[in-house]
Design a protein around this ligand. Structure first.
Ligand code: PAF
Length: 285
């Protein structure tokens, strides 16, 4: 595996690389990231993974400084996965001058996670666009755990006519259901034991919808109350349309083919997000 820190070296390495598949990450890699790399392998002869902790997507009171930087371990893991190129730019390479030009994401970026992390999706889109310009991939793989990110990045690619196929990847879960996330490493043993309940609550709502419930607001409120009673500080529990993440009709009269139940909540100082798909019982539109 080639480890590359500058855009110039990367351009030289990828000059004749053929079809390139890209997995952008912020490092502290886990089995979920390695699954993205394996999916990337199906979409390109050359697999590039980036590791860059992007300060633009962290709010002033968020965990930019304590975000785990584990390059040596990550590098060994990527070698094992057979990744061809690790692009690990330094801050100076990505932001040689203050990044005053930013991608303006759509109104969806102010909802759900964006309502609790102002500026987050603008920061994500800006760094992803810059990474795409460095790597020039044919395909890029994004995990469905970050569902809103996947939707917003896909919209950016469409609206800016970027010739990149965005490939969604299923969420990888621990045996107890907890979605794998770099931030799981912040959890204390007690919090780790509690954490799978986020998924359990989402599954419960999804199963209720699959069983015919249409009173989404009641289901959301019950999910929030259950998590709060267990000691979580809940940002949101929300039922949304599968495609555009729009709010469905409150009584289910618009019959979407796919709904997504999403949540973000904190255990102690650790904020976790998760989501599950549900095909409502009435089936197709
Ligand atoms: O999902 C992530 O890890 C980050 O948001 C990304 C896409 C690498 C941009 O910094």
């Amino acid at each position: 595996m080639d480890i590359i820190h500058t855009g110039a070296e990367l351009a030289a390495r990828l000059g004749n690389a053929g079809r390139v598949a890209f997995v952008p990450t912020m490092g502290n890699l886990h089995a979920g990231h390695y699954a993205l790399c394996r999916i990337a392998r199906q979409h390109g002869g050359t697999v590039v993974t980036s590791i860059f902790v992007n300060r633009l997507q962290f709010g002033p009171n968020e965990d930019f400084d304590r975000y785990p930087r584990t390059l040596a371990v990550d590098r060994a893991g990527l070698e094992r996965e057979g990744v061809d190129v690790l692009f690990a730019p330094h801050e100076q390479e990505m932001y040689p001058t203050p990044q005053v030009y930013r991608v303006q994401p759509p109104p969806l970026a102010d909802e759900l996670d964006g309502a609790f992390r102002p500026g987050f999706f603008g920061g994500v889109c800006t760094v992803v666009l810059k990474l795409f310009n460095f790597v020039r991939p044919d395909a890029a793989v994004f995990g469905k755990k970050d569902r809103q990110q996947l939707k917003i990045v896909r919209g950016m690619v469409q609206q800016f006519n970027l010739p990149i196929e965005i490939v969604p990847a299923e969420t990888v879960r621990a045996d107890d259901g907890l979605a794998l996330s770099s931030r799981n490493s912040y959890l204390t043993p007690v919090e780790r034991a509690e954490a799978p309940n986020l998924y359990r609550v989402l599954r419960g709502i999804a199963d209720a919808i699959a069983g015919g419930r249409r009173d989404y607001a009641n289901l959301e409120a019950a999910g929030r109350a259950e998590l709060a009673a267990r000691g979580w500080q809940v940002d949101y529990v929300a039922v949304r349309h599968g495609l555009a993440l729009r709010i469905p009709h409150p009584e289910g009269f618009d019959h979407p083919n796919l709904l997504i139940v999403l949540a973000a909540a904190r255990l102690g100082t650790t904020r976790l997000i998760d989501n599950v798909d549900v095909i409502p019982q009435y089936g197709r539109d």
